[in-house]
Design a protein around this ligand. Sequence first.
Ligand SMILES: [Zn+2]
Length: 237
Amino acid sequence: MNKKPFIFVTKYWRIIALILVLILFFVVTAVFMIDARKADVTPRQTDCVVLIDAGHGGVDGGVTGITSGVKESDLNLLYSAELAEKFETAGFYAVMTRSDKSGLYGLATRGFKMRDMLKRVEIMEESNPQIVVSIHMNKFRSTARKGAQVFYQKGDEESKKLADCIQAALNALTGKNYSALSGDFFICRNSECPSVIVECGFLSNKEEEMLLQQDEYRGEIVNSIFEGIMLYLYRYG
Ligand SMILES: [Zn+2]
């Protein structure tokens, strides 16, 4: 019996097997690499958390439209959701205090408004944001008053800088020359980071009431708020 060919065949199959194992290794590695790339399609650009607070909700509808009766709470939610999406797309972490029409007070019994506000502050504290923006719609006794108005906590210089940046971006859109205004606001008073209230427009003005309900105008307002915040982060962040 000649054993030589047998040895040759065994060696030959060993080489084949080794090549197959190597090919398998490369294929598996390639698949894992593709999967890893897929999972990382939208990597976070920053650790920055932006807290977006849609004002009111549930039984607290806020102000209502002068002609359509649209609820401020519903518009606030639409604007907040679009702003949150914009920040998420840009690689930020966006946290919303509410993402549906309900309030944050539990049962609408006595003291619900305070419970609602305290819950917002609790969410704010838990998410440890770098920026807080609370979205609202305005109302004024003079129905002629129009335009977006930004507020900040009186005496809070860092929040004033943020408010000024957002106000400038909104003025460029609305053609107004409003200055950011100071006041005393529960959310801002309890915030550790720069925080503002953005009143996107007046539901007491017929023209603006209609405009504020249009998708295109909402997109423009949201864009301006986003640009204002980006300007603040670029200058002072
Ligand atoms: Zn409001």
